[in-house]
Write a protein that binds this ligand. Structure first.
Ligand code: ADP
Length: 274
């Protein structure tokens, strides 16, 4: 009886230790698999436009006596090279947000500036689709962080809102201050009336190269990297990004970031000790 009781007491502890070790190994394997998948995905995403460009250039040469065909092929070459440029740019952005220390060059950044920059970046595409972009002003609201990274993050959210919405809809961008656990945060939300995101995909859309509908994403010039950049920027700034969505109705992406302390009249930081 005694021996049994002892082993029963030891066994759970022992098995927990073994489990921890197994979990460690599993985690290491998982990271390795993610890395391998990433390299495979990058290669695939690069090969597709490069392959298309090579075929199209051959087609142009073969069609040298048919000017209309040449123009058509040249147009498609332009689409493919834009895709390639986008992909390379986003890979550079991703590697930057992963490797640069976000708080290097951190400064108070006006939310109004970030919103205006994001809206400008998407203006021509929104005009083409007759999408109204409505942003309420957020005077005095400032976040603390790396301006370039924050602009890239918000820009990606607004770009997606425009990309995944039908014509003649509305994209709203709003900033406000919230307090959570005694900490002041700035909440910037981007709301669209687009296609929405099925519940089963909602967790995974923040993964690199994950797309709900790969064909649709590629057709709009998507790389599948945007939201992974947003998530990384949010986390490295001590914030988060969340999504609410209803299929066929629209989505709201919300960025929560630490608020920058307000400067006092004497020019010193209000949070700095006296
Ligand atoms: P992509 O370059 O494909 O847009 P992202 O990482 O930005 O890559 O987004 C991942 C996927 O999440 C998209 O392919 C799309 O399926 C989905 N998605 C992102 N934003 C929205 C949105 N506002 N509405 C609907 N689906 C979205």
């Amino acid at each position: 009886g005694e021996a049994l009781a002892v082993s029963a007491r030891v066994a759970p502890l022992g098995s927990r230790l073994v489990l921890l070790l197994v979990e460690d190994l599993t985690e290491a394997r998982r990271i390795e698999a993610v890395r391998r998948d990433f390299v495979a995905n990058v290669s695939h995403e690069l090969k597709t436009p490069v392959g298309a460009l090579s075929l199209l250039s051959e087609a142009v040469m073969d069609a040298s006596d048919d000017p209309e065909a040449v123009i058509r092929f040249a147009g498609r070459m332009q689409v493919e090279s834009t895709r390639l440029t986008n992909l390379v740019q986003e890979l550079i952005d991703l590697s930057r947000v992963q490797n640069d220390h976000p708080m290097q060059d951190a400064e108070p950044v006006a939310v109004d500036d970030l919103v205006n920059e994001a809206v400008d970046r998407c203006r021509s595409q929104a005009n083409t689709k007759q999408i109204t972009m409505a942003s309420g002003p957020a005077p005095g609201l400032r976040v603390f962080g790396n301006r370039g990274q924050l602009a890239a993050a918000l820009g990606n959210l607004v770009e997606n809102a425009v990309n995944y919405s039908p014509s003649r809809t509305r994209v709203g961008i709003a900033g406000r201050r919230i307090t959570a656990g005694g900490v002041n945060l700035v909440e910037i939300s981007v709301t669209d009336q687009g296609i929405g995101i099925p519940e089963r995909d909602r967790e995974r859309i923040f993964e690199r190269f994950y797309r709900v509908d790969p064909a649709r994403s590629r057709a709009t010039g998507g790389t599948g990297l945007g939201l992974s950049i947003v998530k990384h920027v949010a986390a490295s700034h001590g914030g988060e990004v969340t999504v609410w969505s209803a299929e066929g109705q629209g989505s709201t992406f919300t960025l929560r970031l630490p608020e920058a302390a307000h400067p006092r009249r004497d020019g010193r930081d209000s949070k700095a000790p006296d």
